[in-house]
Each structure stands twice: as structure tokens, then as C-alpha cells.
Design a protein around this ligand. Structure first.
Ligand code: GDG
Length: 456
């Protein structure tokens, strides 16, 4: 394979940003072939953005650009995060549609494509990431590039009926078909996309991922993203992890820990989860005083109205549950709106008896996989996983729940707490095998293999 050219909203230009899964995967891909990584510098400027910042680390060149205030608002805050994000997570009710924002979204895609095009050389492969750059492939083609361009969507692709709500659905779908390889997190996402093309544009699903549409052939497949499985297992027994586990252990005082870890986002189903915790204490009195639920929820995009509303809702729900059930020496539901170090999180996962991963919609959900890898093989905890997380397709040995059914979720938490060790081990071993086999390296190699097949 020749050079790889990656494009994502945020890059891992800062070496400390290479700790997370995706950044590591893209960085490893780039260093193995040499290449360039394009993205936003993270800076917002009041005038016009100047020349991009260009610098090299090992054999990787970074090209990052500032955003103007108008770009940051229209492209990032509005169209990407208040239109595409809610619609793709089936929350059309939360979308703020606006033609001007779409124009800014398209203009940023075009401007960044304009930085990429002149730097492309024959033999390169381009890999574009996520919902910020749905139109990038189209602009690169217009710039004259006819080599391979892959695209990976980290969030769900909605059902065609929901996708139709997006006023620009046709423009976006046509642009997506300019990519050579389209990667989705799950088979559900892939089949939603293909069904949209079949129903609207007489596309033909040719098998083995190939689709004929708009007079050409593209490839669309599911490539479920993984984690650095072995690395995470090691993090869970690190000193920092053990110290964090001991700290929460003092708070637990021998009670069972039920843990949740999610960015504070409405897609993660936190109010529904809190309702379920309320029902657990309502209907399963044996759990009162014996179980502590801790939810870690670092705030994200907190300046946006929908997120402020979510925060208020969670404060009220947690307050009510603790008011009803708390006692002098017991807090039933603790919710911590802050972030923790990765190793500390690994330590918390390890001592949790159950982990609640109950998004209403999620592309994949990496927390589910991290929880699995952090377990003690001799005494593993139980994963409770939403059927609407992409991860549910792979992790079918978790306890799968419908996050809207609060009573059933409560019952499932109870079942997890009562589950005999033998069953916990049997389920966990199957989950671990999948998370280890289909880790982050497996994911990137699988995607890049299909992308390089396009060269032949
Ligand atoms: C998008 C898609 C898809 C959470 N709290 C803390 C913290 N985290 C880390 C977790 C995990 C990551 O953040 C969250 O990943 P998810 O996969 O759960 O969700 P999104 O952020 O929504 O990611 C998602 C993913 O892209 C990858 O393709 O799976 O579906 O929505 O790694 O551990 N990390 C630290 N402190 C915290 O307090 N350090």
C-alpha cells in the first residue's frame, strides 16, 4: 500500500492525544505507510484562517487549519452536532435544520478538500472519518482525484425513513457514493444505507459488499471498531487503576457496584437508565442498602441547550432517587459529572459487579468493550447492553436489554447481581474472545484491506 492520507475533524497532532483507540489506530496506520493527517487545529480565529499549520512527526505530516467563528458555529456546532448528530441518532425532534448551516458545512468540507487535493500523489489512499466530512469524497473527486477514498462512519446510519427527514438527504447520499469504500459500525447501519439507495435510486446490492448505484460500483461493509484489548486489560491492573478501585472500595463499604460511564449525551439513555435504577430499588427491596450505582458522565458540548436540559433532568432524577431511598450511610445513585483518567476508569470497571451500557442509539460503544477487558477472569462482572448499541451485534453474550423498558432493565440488573459465578465466567469468556479477536488492529486492517483492493 502507498501512503495513507487521513482526514478527521480532530487529529492526534499532539502526542498526548494518541492514547485513545481511534487516534492510536489512525496513527499506527499512518506510521506504517507514511502519510498525511488533515484536520482542525482546535483554534478559532476571528478573521480569515491563515495558511494551515504543517509539521512532521516521525513519517507523518500533519496539516491542520483554524476555523473562523462562522465555520466553527455553522459547520461544527450547528450542522454536524445539531443536525446530523441528532438525526443519525433517531432524534429528529432535536434537530435544528437551517440551509445556511448546511452551506457552511459544505464550504468547510470543500475548503479542507482544497488543502488535501494538491498534496495527493498517485498510489495514495485516502481515509476520511466520521459525520463531519460526509461530503469530502465528492469534493476530492471534483478536485480531480480518482484514486481510492475510504470513509468510516463512527455513528449510526439511520433507517431510510429517518434519513429522509434531513432536507439535504439526497445531496449527502450522492456525495457518500463518491467514496470507494464506505464503512459502517454494524450490519444494521449498512443495511439502512443500502436500503435507502435501493428504494430511491434503484441501487443493486451485488453481494460481498458491492453496490451498483449512480452508474458505478462502490463497496459498503460493516467494520465494527474495536479497542486496544490487551492494552486495556493491562491498564486495569496498573497501579493507578488499583488505587482508584481502592478509593471507590472505601465508599462502597462492601456493597456491590453497578457502574455506568458515558459522555453526557442524550443518545446514551441516561434519564431512562436512572428511571431503571429507581425501579430496581422500588421492586427489588433486597437491593436497598446493598447496591451502589455510580454513573460517570463527563459533560460534553455543555453550551448547547439540549445538553443543559439533559443535565437538569439528570440532577432531578438522581435527587429524587437519593431522596426516596438514601440513608445515613448509603447513597443509592451517585452521579459524577466529571472525567477520570483512563487507567482510573479501568480500575473502576474491574471492581464493578455490573456495567450498564444502555444507549438509545450508539454507533458502537467502546465502554462495553473496555468493561469486558478490565474484568478479573476468575470473578468477572456482568455486561448489561442495549440492543441499540452497535456493539450488541458482536457482544450477544451480554445481557441484552431494551433501554426504554425501565422495569426490564431493573430486573436485568437484579439478575446480574444474582448471577452465579459459573455463568458469569462462561458469558465473559465468550465476550472476551470477541473483543480480543476483533480489536482495533483487526478493524483498521480489515478496512484498509478493502480500501487497497480498490487499487487493483
Ligand atoms: C463515537 C460513537 C463509537 C468516557 N468517560 C471518560 C472517558 N470516556 C471514554 C470511554 C470510551 C470513550 O470515552 C467513549 O466512547 P464511546 O464509544 O462509548 O462513545 P462516543 O464518544 O460517543 O464515540 C460511538 C465511537 O465513536 C468509536 O467509533 O463507539 O458509538 O458515538 O473510550 O472510556 N475517558 C476518560 N475519562 C472519562 O471520564 N479518560
Amino acid at each position: 500500500m502507498g501512503r495513507l492520507i487521513a482526514i478527521s475533524n480532530r487529529t492526534a497532532a499532539d502526542a498526548s492525544a494518541r492514547a485513545g483507540g481511534l487516534a492510536v489506530a489512525v496513527w499506527e496506520s499512518l506510521t506504517s505507510t507514511g502519510g498525511i493527517w488533515f484536520g482542525w487545529s482546535g483554534n478559532i480565529v476571528s478573521g480569515e484562517p491563515g495558511e494551515p499549520d504543517v509539521f512532521t512527526d516521525e513519517n507523518v505530516e500533519f496539516v491542520t487549519t483554524d476555523f473562523t467563528e462562522a465555520e466553527h458555529d455553522g459547520f461544527y456546532l450547528q450542522y454536524a452536532n445539531r443536525v446530523i448528530w441528532p438525526v443519525f441518532h433517531y432524534r429528529v425532534d432535536l434537530a435544528h435544520f437551517g440551509h445556511a448551516d448546511f452551506a457552511t458545512y459544505a464550504a468547510v468540507n470543500e475548503r479542507i478538500a482544497g488543502l488535501v487535493s494538491p498534496r495527493l500523489e498517485k498510489g495514495d489512499s485516502v481515509w476520511v472519518h466520521d459525520y463531519h466530512f460526509l461530503l469530502m469524497g465528492d469534493y476530492l473527486r471534483r478536485g480531480g482525484w480518482d484514486g481510492p477514498i475510504g470513509f468510516f462512519l463512527h455513528i449510526p446510519f439511520p433507517s431510510p425513513e429517518v434519513f429522509h427527514a434531513l432536507p439535504e438527504h439526497e445531496t449527502i447520499a450522492r456525495a457518500m457514493c463518491e467514496y470507494s469504500v464506505l464503512g459502517f459500525q454494524s450490519q444494521t447501519d449498512r443495511s439502512n444505507f443500502v436500503r435507502y439507495l435501493v428504494e430511491n435510486y434503484e441501487a443493486v446490492d451485488e453481494g460481498d459488499g458491492w453496490i451498483s448505484v449512480f452508474g458505478r460500483k462502490i463497496r459498503a461493509n460493516a467494520y465494527p471498531i474495536g479497542i486496544d484489548a490487551n492494552g486495556f486489560a493491562k491498564a486495569a491492573v496498573s497501579e493507578r487503576a488499583t488505587t482508584a478501585a481502592a478509593r471507590i472500595g472505601r465508599f462502597l463499604g462492601g456493597r456491590n457496584l453497578v457502574l455506568g460511564v458515558d459522555r453526557m449525551d442524550y443518545s446514551k439513555g441516561l434519564p431512562q437508565r436512572f428511571e431503571a435504577v429507581g425501579k430496581l430499588f422500588d421492586h427489588f427491596p433486597a437491593t436497598r442498602g446493598k447496591v451502589s450505582v455510580t454513573q460517570i458522565a463527563p459533560p460534553s458540548r455543555s453550551k448547547v441547550e439540549e445538553y443543559r436540559d439533559l443535565r437538569t433532568q439528570l440532577d432531578e432524577l438522581a435527587g429524587r432517587i437519593n431522596g426516596d431511598y438514601g440513608d445515613l450511610d448509603w447513597i443509592p445513585l451517585r452521579y459524577l459529572a466529571r472525567s477520570y483518567d483512563r487507567k482510573e476508569l479501568a480500575g473502576l470497571y474491574r471492581i464493578a459487579r455490573a456495567c450498564l451500557v444502555t444507549p438509545l442509539r450508539d454507533g458502537m460503544n467502546l465502554v462495553a468493550k473496555e468493561f469486558v477487558m478490565a474484568q478479573d477472569p476468575e470473578d468477572p462482572g456482568v455486561l448489561i447492553l442495549s440492543e441499540f448499541a452497535g456493539a450488541a451485534e458482536q457482544l450477544s453474550d451480554a445481557l441484552i436489554v431494551n433501554p426504554h423498558d425501565a422495569y426490564k432493565v431493573a430486573q436485568t440488573i437484579y439478575r446480574a447481581l444474582e448471577m452465579p459465578r459459573e455463568e458469569r465466567k462462561a458469558r465473559w469468556e465468550k465476550l472476551r474472545d470477541i473483543v480480543v479477536d476483533q480489536d482495533i488492529s483487526w478493524w483498521r486492517l480489515k478496512f484498509l484491506e478493502d480500501l487497497s483492493a480498490d487499487l487493483t
